[in-house]
Design a protein around this ligand. Sequence first.
Ligand code: SF4
Ligand code: SF4
Length: 412
Amino acid sequence: MQTNFSNEQLKDKDNKSSEQILRKCVHCGMCNNTCPTFILLGDELDGPRGRIYLIQDMLENERKPSANVVKHIDRCLSCYGCMTTCPSNVNYMHIIDHGRKYIEKNYQRPFFDRLIRNALSKILPNVKLFKIMSYLAKIGKPFQFFLPSKIKNMMDLIPSSFPKKILKTKEIYKTKYKKKVARVALLTGCVQKELSPQINESTIRILNRHGVEVVVPEKIRCCGSLNHHLGKNDDAHQDFINNINIWYDQYLKGNLDAILSNTSGCGTTMKDYGFIFKDDKEMKKKAKKISELTKDVSEYLSESLNLKFKSKEKKLRIAYHSACSMQHGQKIHSQPMNLLEKTKNEILEIPEGHICCGSAGTYNILQSKIAKQLLKNKVKNIESLKPQIISTGNIGCITQIANVRIFQYFIL
Ligand code: SF4
Ligand code: SF4
């Protein structure tokens, strides 16, 4: 694609990097074929190619974003299905991140939109605030009929009670079963550790059982992806820097073999820390190392440990839902499938499995109409398999699909 950035504009590091990405795009439009919003809405501007044009136009002409441009950019799920399809390796993830950052800086959203986005940005990464909100949501539930739809959507996703934690909160979970074979750090997440503490607990148990010591540094915060995708750069960077410094410190003193994420949305952002800080003299080296060390838990279990499962007599039908951040963001698909295969149950691939379930971070709150349609399609495809269990590796997808209240869910 031809670009027309001036030399002055290219002095900006974000423009320079986006320009290199934009030049790779050959306008072929193949990406539209796998874009959930293009498939649903049929509008060129709701597909990746159209959004790339809109972002390029804003950046090159230093144009103030219009409400219409913002609408089409906001409708992007950041599912990265387009990146899997693109034959030219266009890094759409970095283009849309830049577009969102530009919009956040140069566009004044309507008051209510700002309010809700600011609330999400502050509440979701903060466990204490999230618990207070869930308490208030419980009180307000009978009156939610009178509330605006975005607040209702948020309330629908907040549970009225939280599961009990079984494992005591500690900084180091030592392996008791055999000689230590590795030492890893685990990102326990922000909302996830309250919504589904069993995910972290089972992750720690399976690692400990296979000789892996698990470190959970106390001061680690949200991975930053939520704010990053809302275009809230300053808030996201505070979390990025905090986490990178703590993990790097652990790496220097403690021989960290890997940093594990058991929610693929977080892992995708952590693997991108290296790119995000590539022009930052102080953080560059550390961020790159942290990204290199980051692995999804399924990747680590499948590649670094020789797991064996006892075979059961009764086989279960397990549908594997591959989260977009897992299959498109991190290009991980065979590893979780291989692990599930080892359980000797019947593992089923979901038809149209490359299409998003509509969760996408805060998308199901901010763009609920599209999210609900995507969920409906996903559930129809899952139901066609008649599974007894649905397995997935991302808390957002678990919450979204479980919210249908038809299925049980299971995480390895
Ligand atoms: S990230 Fe997903 S929704 Fe956004 S343009 Fe790409 S395929 Fe479409
Ligand atoms: S598939 Fe890739 S090269 Fe083709 S239009 Fe989409 S982003 Fe551009």
